[in-house]
Design a binder for this molecule. Structure first.
Ligand code: ATP
Length: 283
């Protein structure tokens, strides 16, 4: 489903905590973990991201939400050096992602959308490859790989080729690859998609521990309850633009995040008139 009417004004919206243009306030002295300035990307006639600016404070668990096609993946891809913006800049802890890619990438862990893995490697081999690619000492690669696979419930399948992993297992091994070099910023596109509840809880614990120790997480999700229970900061995007950003409490403004989200991006028709053929009572 898509929200065709994204960014339509709600009938009686409560006051917005922080609106476009302009990023959320951050601790005055601290360099943001991630700073996006006027990022823009067009695919042919389609404007996917339209001058989006955002500040992700250090030590935050930051949720990026928006309807299908809002521009979340495109934004995160530009923020992590996977996709070159048409306009604008992205910086990780002060390292410009495009002018200083090595500096930015050394401190960033990325779980991209629809991740492509070297799936003829086993899970353990894939982690080893990623660790060595990051110039980690072999002993650290081995010990961290074992700990990550254990924490993510992959220990029993360390010797299985990734091609034989389920969708959820692939997501978890990709997350382990993003974590192995102990980054300072984690950028995760839909990290909980296809992941079972037990593994989801393990991932939540890992992310909370990561943030508690000073790391920063930016994650996209469509599951508002998950964002609400996990994140302390939120940004809402629609039609490639930032609609609201701030702390979770600022953005939801006394309502649930789900309610505020629907108010902000526009309600879809109830559909009560359509799909009559689908109702068994009409047969
Ligand atoms: N490579 C591409 N070529 C053409 N159009 C693209 C491409 N990538 C994204 N788009 C378009 O850009 C817009 C934003 O897409 P994007 O994947 O960033 O949205 P999203 O918010 O991540 O969506 P979803 O929640 O469905 O994953 C969409 O209209 C999409 O069709």
């Amino acid at each position: 489903m898509t929200f065709e009417s994204a960014a339509q004004p709600a009938p009686t919206p409560p006051p917005m905590p922080s609106t476009m243009p302009g990023p959320a306030p951050a601790a005055p002295s601290a360099t943001p973990a991630l700073q996006l300035v006027q990022l823009a990307k067009r695919f042919g006639q389609k404007v996917a991201v339209d001058g989006l600016s955002l500040v992700v404070p250090q030590g935050s668990m930051f949720g990026l939400v928006g309807p299908n096609g809002a521009g979340k993946t495109t934004t995160l891809s530009m923020a992590t050096g996977l996709l070159r913006p048409d306009h604008g800049t992205a910086a990780v802890l002060g390292h410009d992602v495009w002018r200083d890619p090595a500096g930015a990438k050394a401190i960033t862990g990325v779980l991209p959308d629809g991740v492509h893995l070297f799936d003829r490697l086993t899970g353990a081999e894939l982690l080893r490859y990623n660790g060595l690619l990051r110039s980690m000492p072999e002993a650290d690669v081995v010990s961290r790989s074992a700990e990550l696979m254990d924490a993510l419930g992959l220990a029993d399948t360390a010797g299985t080729v990734v091609a034989d992993y389920s969708a959820g297992m692939r997501k978890k091994i990709a997350l382990a690859c993003a974590l192995i070099h102990a980054p300072r910023l984690l950028v995760l596109d839909e990290p909980f998609e296809a992941v079972d509840p037990v593994s989801g809880e393990a991932i939540r614990a890992i992310l909370r521990g990561f943030v508690a120790s000073g790391g920063t997480v930016v994650l996209s999700s469509h599951v508002m309850e998950l964002v609400e229970s996990l994140c302390d900061h939120v940004a809402v995007v629609a039609d490639g633009r930032l609609i609201a950003t701030g702390t979770l409490d600022e953005v939801r403004g006394g309502a649930s995040l789900q309610e505020r989200f629907v108010q902000m991006v526009g309600q879809r028709p109830s559909g009560t008139e359509g799909l009559a053929w689908l109702r068994t009572s009409s047969r």
